[in-house]
Design a protein around this ligand. Sequence first.
Ligand code: MG
Ligand code: MG
Length: 256
Amino acid sequence: MKTPAQIEQMHVTGRFVGEVLEQLTASARVGVDLLDLEQQARDLIRDRGATSCYWDYSPSFGRGPFRNVVCTSVNDAALHGLPHAYRLRDGDVLSLDLAVSIDGWVADSAVTVVVGTASEDDAHLVRTTEAALAAAIDAAVPGGRMGDVSAAIEAVATAAGYGVNAEFGGHGLGRTMHEDPHVSNRGRAGRGLRLKPGLTLALEPWLMTGTDQLVVDPDGWTLRSADGSRASHSEHTIAITEEGTVVLTRRASEVG
Ligand code: MG
Ligand code: MG
């Protein structure tokens, strides 16, 4: 549990993460290489005196250590996309996921955009993932239950006809990128941990259009949809406070 002063420090980091994601999405045009976006993120992080939470990250599932500061997941890549030499094409679905620490306090956020012209299906997928995140944030209120958050994500996904894979989901964070509790993207309302002021969470629905199964790319990191269908990922870091829920990584261009 975090004090209001600690949450304010996480908000400083969160604003920066939001700014970097804004700049990267503005750069993500047709013909731009994923490695250029990685370099841009590195420069912004270095200039701010921030520290990437991804650099040297060696989780059980990846071929570690990770030597990048941003995850770039294109089209059928859902999560943990390893930046590589690839020039973005018209209609690509690109998700950018970023976690950094400033003065020892972490924020984690992801956004998905369609490069150039979006197909109707892809626009719907991205909108639905954003709606699932918004529903999760609305459900994460003081006095609520963790199951309310999970159920809110699942309900939006299911209503849109997408399956939900619960292998990877949200998480607590603060001094480090991954802390307890786990936030499943599937669950039952009214169950689970009681949500109290001081709790800081990364909420991160991610959806795939054709399957709920993942396969690991030969690169050892990138998780792709098993059937090659497209994927989208939206993430914000939030804090539950006495005054309600605050989105710490809100981007300037976002409404609400
Ligand atoms: Mg993330
Ligand atoms: Mg996360």
